[in-house]
Design a binder for this molecule. Sequence first.
Ligand code: GTP
Ligand code: MG
Length: 208
Amino acid sequence: MLKIKQATFITSVADKKNYYKTDKPIIAIAGKSNVGKSSLINMLAGQKKLARTSVTPGRTRLINYFDFGEFILADLPGYGYAKVAKEEKKKWGQLLEDFLSTQKLALLISLVDIRHDPTSDDKMMLNYLYHYAIPFNLVATKADKLGKSKVKPRLKEIATDLRVGVADVIGSSSETGYGKQEILDAIEKAVAVYKEQAKTEQNNQTEE
Ligand SMILES: Nc1nc2c(ncn2[C@@H]2O[C@H](COP(=O)(O)OP(=O)(O)OP(=O)(O)O)[C@@H](O)[C@H]2O)c(=O)[nH]1
Ligand SMILES: [Mg+2]
């Protein structure tokens, strides 16, 4: 079972020249502004103030990297904030596509708000993931805002809407810690797969 001993902030990056290079597996966190990306990172770290959470969404255009020991977490800028102009949205799309095509990821965790139906941006995100063959999990955030009996049926609805298996959608709450272990389990699996692949690639190279 994966346990986080300590997590530290590494760096903020604005463009692809400076993407963080590491041998450790990288897990990225994506989702629209205000969905709870930074809060989720704090929950996983067991630290309240590791990633800055914001009441006013949609201002950060930076990728923030955190060292979690076994792996690196990348907090991606939020997308789809209603008040952001078209030009801004285009820039965000470019940044995201650059990132997904350049930085090799062990897993991308795509966040949606459990109370809302996935947006066209959420669906575009999934299309990128399929296109670049990036392993992903979906996390439905803010489950504490729903009555307990409503959580499971909502996860199913979200899975159907996004055409993914219901086992790929994890409910979570950064307020109560609900879903934390399930997310860590998904990360642990992805890290193991990533390391296995890296080993195979290395062996292939020595054989050549
Ligand atoms: N009730 C509840 N509130 C949450 C949860 N997660 C996040 N929030 C609140 O939602 C707001 C946005 O959270 P952030 O973690 O800053 O969201 P973000 O996705 O990082 O936002 P950007 O960085 O602006 O894209 C904050 O007021 C959080 O306190 C949750 O699980 N439950
Ligand atoms: Mg944030």
